[in-house]
Design a protein around this ligand. Sequence first.
Ligand SMILES: CC(C)(COP(=O)(O)OP(=O)(O)OC[C@H]1O[C@@H](n2cnc3c(N)ncnc32)[C@H](O)[C@@H]1OP(=O)(O)O)[C@@H](O)C(=O)NCCC(=O)NCCS
Length: 152
Amino acid sequence: MQRLVHTLTRADLPQVFEIENRSFRDPWPLQAFSEEVIAHARALDVDSVLCGYILYHVVLDEAVILNFAIDPDKCRQGHGEYLLLQSMRELIQSGCTRFFLDVRRSNSPALKLYEKHGFMSLGIRKTYYSDPDEDAIVMGKIITLQGNQHDS
Ligand SMILES: CC(C)(COP(=O)(O)OP(=O)(O)OC[C@H]1O[C@@H](n2cnc3c(N)ncnc32)[C@H](O)[C@@H]1OP(=O)(O)O)[C@@H](O)C(=O)NCCC(=O)NCCS
């Protein structure tokens, strides 16, 4: 098996949108994947087939995960972990030291993945999500200068 993390381009959007619709009950509409939003996006190919993506909003040393999914047929094979860590490693190399995200309270696969890699729960946004209504857990991870909080 060969994994390749690469820049997400507009040509990847049909596959991304297809995975998005199979991964979330409240998927982003296609127009949400604007140039600005995909500026810091990375995609994961497994054996030359796109099977996941992660989108960040980056300002100076801070990166917020906006969207992240692995093809539901390819979950639980380590791909999400690989894409998360590889994309974070690249951002750390370009100067990011603070990572944040929102996650549904009931999304235990994602919560477990983030906790496994040192993200801490920072607070709750009440009824942040709709369809169904649900709180968001805000999580964050600070990378120290020595990088010793980053398990890459
Ligand atoms: C969250 C998601 C990206 C994880 O991707 P994945 O490729 O299945 O995850 P991995 O196989 O790399 O698993 C890595 C770790 O995540 C956690 N994990 C992933 N899926 C899990 C599950 N179904 N149950 C429990 N833990 C899970 C575990 O800690 C796992 O480590 P382990 O194998 O040592 O137990 C994937 O489930 C997904 O796309 N979900 C739908 C979209 C979504 O919720 N995105 C996140 C929004 S914040």
